[in-house]
Design a protein around this ligand. Structure first.
Ligand SMILES: [Cu+2]
Length: 206
């Protein structure tokens, strides 16, 4: 990494390793910053890019620790005690309850090749990532693109601070639930929906 002198500080770096990587800030208390949403994903594509697909989505899991119990309205106080006890009130995709269901559900058509860039900000809980109604045709574990993907996988563990690239084809129309298969967390805000539109496919499902 090289820092240019002058008014504007410009960072340049050459990405030597392709893959999907989680980033977060490192200001103490680190876990508290992460639990306030200071994380995200960086994709470093291999030379020539990834194979083209019809739809690509960004999904990232996180935890929120509030003084008040799950479901309270209005501004909330952060609870360091619950953070240290690893007792989140909320589990969320993309930062809020309903972000990928009520607010911004995902959409695709029957027959689409779908790629999900999934990450886990944590800071504490491993996700058991799963799409109900789909099998991952290709799963790049830990977001690694230097190793071949696993084929035909249903649920994949993604630890905090890590990522996954999951690809599948939508064979039938419907509402596919995107979950952490530790499904109690769906009662604490976690979940998304992929709406797939198109003709029925009775060869696969009727
Ligand atoms: Cu921070």
């Amino acid at each position: 990494m090289q820092v240019d002198p002058g008014k504007e500080r410009t960072f340049r770096f050459k990405a030597l390793v392709p893959g999907l990587f989680a980033y977060h800030c490192a200001t103490p208390m680190v876990a508290e910053h992460i639990a306030n949403g200071m994380y995200g994903l960086i994709l470093v594509e291999p030379e020539g890019g990834l194979a083209p697909v019809d739809r690509e989505f960004y999904v990232m899991q996180g935890e929120i620790y509030t003084e008040a119990p799950f479901g309270q309205q209005g501004p909330q106080q952060f609870s360091v005690e619950k953070l240290l006890d690893e007792h989140p009130e909320y589990f969320v995709f993309n930062g809020s309850v309903g972000a990928l269901s009520k607010l911004h559900p995902l959409h695709a058509k029957v027959g689409d090749a779908v790629r999900i860039f999934f990450g886990n900000g944590g800071p504490n809980f491993t996700s058991s990532f799963h799409v109900i109604g789909a099998i991952f045709d290709r799963a790049y574990l830990f977001g690694g693109l230097l190793s071949p993907p696993l084929r035909g996988i249903q649920t994949i563990s993604v630890p905090p601070g890590d990522a996954l690239i999951a690809e599948f084809k939508t064979h039938v129309p419907g509402a596919y639930s995107i979950v952490d298969h530790a499904l109690s967390r769906s009662e604490r805000g976690l979940g998304g929906i992929l709406y797939v539109e198109g003709a029925e496919n009775p060869d696969v499902f009727h």
